[in-house]
Design a protein around this ligand. Structure first.
Ligand code: TRP
Length: 467
């Protein structure tokens, strides 16, 4: 019947693009993409600066009302077309400008990969430092820790070497392909990550003086909930859930027709949020136990945590475990950033996976160099003339924030109005399990997502508040 006709409109790809081996493999890969530096490095310090639990509440509202509906849409577009974002929009909206949204996603992915890998590289450097016992003297002060951090990030050579190493690890996984590279590695890395996170958090909340940190984290300070903090919460939610650039379209494109979309998306959102909230329970108690400032910004986990290790039993193991945890979380995220561009080259340009992955990671490496130098080395990149920001910060604002916000806005328009809510529903219902909360989803995707994202983005542009 009509279903069959619609099915026939989707051409079967001649090349073997790959497929997830199991639903749990897919959920772990998507959760691996979502859980990253955004959860463990960024979420705690942004929360610390913006009202603790009050910020967390707003954040969770955005995850449910905006993140989840957009993720369902991305998965559906991906599975329907079984293509990368460019091909997917071209197929569903032929002879229109929608493919540009996919293009923006591919470019954004490589851009985010380039600077994200710089910070991911720091986690490797800190892992090595901890193993070598650089943070084991009991007289180690926060001033010394600060100095080690500044020295480390301002060293151009080590930054570039670690950037290279991290991209190489990402490349090696992606070269392996969807099920034998990505899926197989996340199946090992994700359980390890959860285990490490639980052990470390347990240690942190049982430190003497931890209660004060718990009180800070759990006590909402609504006076800090400025419009700016609300905008930050939205940006954080999109970034943390890997939305707005087609990473979830790409991962959805490797799904089989009878896997459930709605419940998978719900699991990924739940898991990502749990890890972020748990990271708060890891960082704040340890921080307060040492009498340090919760609002200390991006250096939080790199400066503050090493001062805690020497005062703990098995501090070196705790420390090395922590940075290993961060590195693993980052790796399962960079994999997804690279995979979008690789899928694009494979589907649209008919390249083979291996050369495509090498070329795209080489791009990310070259583009990452100015970011690697933006904490010292070459003065130009530490503070761009006329911008007043470092190169990495600027990339993060333009790509990690603006581009994802624009992307999420248009994806919700696409799902809600262009391709349409009933097309999404019919795709999601392929599993035979129906579409739970379809009416709520369609209301959110048509009205709440576009309006809320538009208002917040307009506010950011008008006030020109960089964050
Ligand atoms: N979500 C990851 C984090 O929280 C980063 C990430 C991976 C990402 N893939 C993405 C962000 C795609 C935006 C889009 O660290």
């Amino acid at each position: 019947g009509i279903e069959k006709l619609m099915e026939d409109k989707v051409p079967q790809t001649t090349i073997d693009r790959g497929n997830w081996g199991s639903r749990i493999g897919f959920i772990l890969a998507a959760a691996g993409s979502a859980v990253g530096l955004g959860n463990i490095w960024r979420f705690p310090y942004v929360t610390g600066q913006n009202g603790g639990a009050a910020f967390v509440i707003i954040y969770i509202i955005f995850v449910v009302a905006i993140g989840l509906p957009v993720m369902i849409s991305e998965f559906s577009v991906g599975r329907r077309t079984r293509l990368n974002p460019v091909g997917a929009f071209r197929l569903l909206a032929p002879k229109s400008g929608w493919f540009i949204l996919g293009m923006l996603g591919v470019i954004t992915g490589i851009g985010i990969l380039s600077y994200y890998s710089v910070i991911a590289g720091w986690t490797c450097g800190y892992f090595i430092k901890t193993v070598w016992g650089q943070f084991s003297s009991t007289t180690f002060t926060s001033a010394q820790s600060e100095q080690i951090f500044t020295q480390f990030v301002s060293n151009p050579l080590s930054n570039i070497v670690y950037l290279f190493l991290f991209l190489l690890m990402t490349l090696l996984v992606v070269i392996g392909g969807v099920s034998s590279g990505i899926e197989r590695s996340v199946k090992v890395m994700m359980p390890l990550l959860v285990l490490l996170l639980l052990i470390l958090t347990l240690r942190s909340v049982t430190l003497p003086g931890a209660e004060e940190g718990l009180r800070f984290y759990l006590k909402p300070d609504f006076s800090k909930l400025t419009p700016n903090a609300i905008a930050l919460a939205l940006g954080q939610a999109l970034f943390s859930l890997s939305l707005g650039m087609g990473a979830m379209i790409t991962y959805g494109s490797y799904l089989s027709k009878n896997d459930e979309i709605v419940s998978s998306a719900a699991w990924v959102c739940l898991f990502d949020t749990l890890v972020a909230v748990l990271a708060g329970f890891l960082v704040f108690p340890a921080l307060f136990a040492m009498g340090l400032d919760p609002a200390s910004g991006p250096g939080l986990v790199f400066v503050v945590l090493p001062t805690i290790f020497p005062h703990m039993a098995f501090g070196n193991i705790f420390g090395a475990g922590f940075f290993l945890l961060l590195a693993l979380a980052a790796l399962t995220s960079t994999i997804s950033l690279l995979e979008v561009a690789v899928a694009y080259m494979v589907d649209e340009k008919k390249w083979r996976r291996v050369p495509a992955a090498i070329l795209m990671s080489a791009f990310a490496f070259i583009l990452g160099i100015p970011s690697a130098l933006s904490f010292g080395g070459i003065g130009l990149f530490t503070k761009l003339p006329g911008v007043g920001l470092g190169f990495l910060d600027l990339m993060n604002i333009l790509l990690g924030n603006y581009s994802l916000t624009i992307g999420a806005f248009f994806i919700s328009i696409f799902a809600g109005y262009k391709w349409g809510i009933h097309a999404v529903r019919s795709e999601a219902e392929n599993s035979g399990k129906g579409f739970p909360f379809f009416r709520s989803w369609s209301f959110l995707i048509r009205f709440i997502c576009p309006v809320a994202i538009f208002v917040i983005f307009a506010y950011i542009l008008i006030t020109r508040n960089y964050f």
